[in-house]
Design a protein. Structure first.
Length: 118
């Protein structure tokens, strides 16, 4: 059974940091690309960060470049999103997604809430 489980969300003040984790099971994680998306109330789901199966290249939304870093540990079947200098606009549910290296992002987690206060 394919599972992606996010953790690490919470309430943080603007300027603070959080590290999100995504734990994968039920598929070949080392052959899968991984992405983090954000879903904010009343807004479209946006791609925040992306990492290929090999770890490079990575890509980021313009709004988070220089502040967020995506990484992965294939041995642990985990992906991470380090978020620094957080802003209120970063608030939302962060979802982990994964899929085969030559395919789309087929698998989704339930998400973890991140709230950045002023």
């Amino acid at each position: 059974q394919v599972r992606l489980v996010e953790s690490g969300g919470g309430l943080v003040q603007a300027g603070g940091s959080l590290r999100l984790s995504c734990t994968a099971s039920g598929f070949t994680f080392s052959d899968s690309n991984v992405a983090w998306f954000r879903q904010a109330p009343g807004k479209d789901r946006i791609l925040v960060a992306y990492i290929t199966w090999s770890g490079t290249p990575t890509d980021y939304a313009d709004s988070v470049k220089g502040r967020f870093t995506i990484s992965r540990d294939n041995a642990k079947k985990m992906a991470y999103l380090q978020m620094n200098s957080l802003k209120p606009d970063d608030t939302g549910v962060y979802l982990c997604s994964a899929g085969p290296r030559l395919g789309g992002l087929d698998y989704w987690g339930q998400g973890t809430q991140v709230t950045v206060s002023t």
